[in-house]
Design a protein. Sequence first.
Length: 279
Amino acid sequence: MFGWVRRLRRPKGAFAALDGLDFPEFEPGTVWLVGAGPGAPGLLSLLGYHALSRADVIVYDALVSQKLIDLAAPGAERVFAGKRGGKPSPRQADISLELIARARAGQRVLRLKGGDPYMFGRGGEEAGALAREGIGFRVVPGISSGLGGLAYAGIPVTHRDTNQAVLFLTGHDESGTVPQAVDWEAVARAAPVVVMFMAVKHLGSITGKLLAAGRDPGERLAIVAHAALPEQQVIETTLGAAGGLADLPTPAIVVLGPVSAYRETLDWYTGPLRSNPLG
């Protein structure tokens, strides 16, 4: 079997076939909002890679891998626009203004965002600002950490034996606190599996609200930090115990529900498989 796998290895120069593809033109004065995926550089899409090779300027987030940035065209300008909880960060309005100014200057602007631009990535706000200013843009979806990051941890976000629904939520609002607009009782009843983005800082408060709304304290809960990267960590606990954990690694995705049990057989990203820098 292993000999058969070796014969199927990608021949050298196989990616040259991409040179003949009819990629869409990255026009000067436009902005591409591109999802970089959950962490591993190899999870970037072909359109995202095309944008990297053509961009005049790359405005990128804190969660975008430096190995991915290194794939950009040599002359491309790199502009860091990372937002991390509890640390000095550029205002969202200023980031949008930067994109607008760069496009008006005739540059090809790549806005490179971790995960997917529209999954708690504020991509909708940035696209809206561009639309209001009449600036052309393209959205290139990315693999969300709430899907791809969990897959790298051996956790299928849905499985027909456990859940027919899943709920995604963010752990903080624009002010950095637990979202006040969330109906936690409805969340607790809505789906067997709840996937939480940016929830570690307020995990104690969030788990307390879910417990008060009737979720079982013995339910499985997993915290996946540095998803899809060699330093990935997975902490498995319960809903009742999660609030007492301290010094949790970030960035992390949190999943509540029975699907983390599949890690026992589906935890594939281990050992030598973590040595490949592309994922």
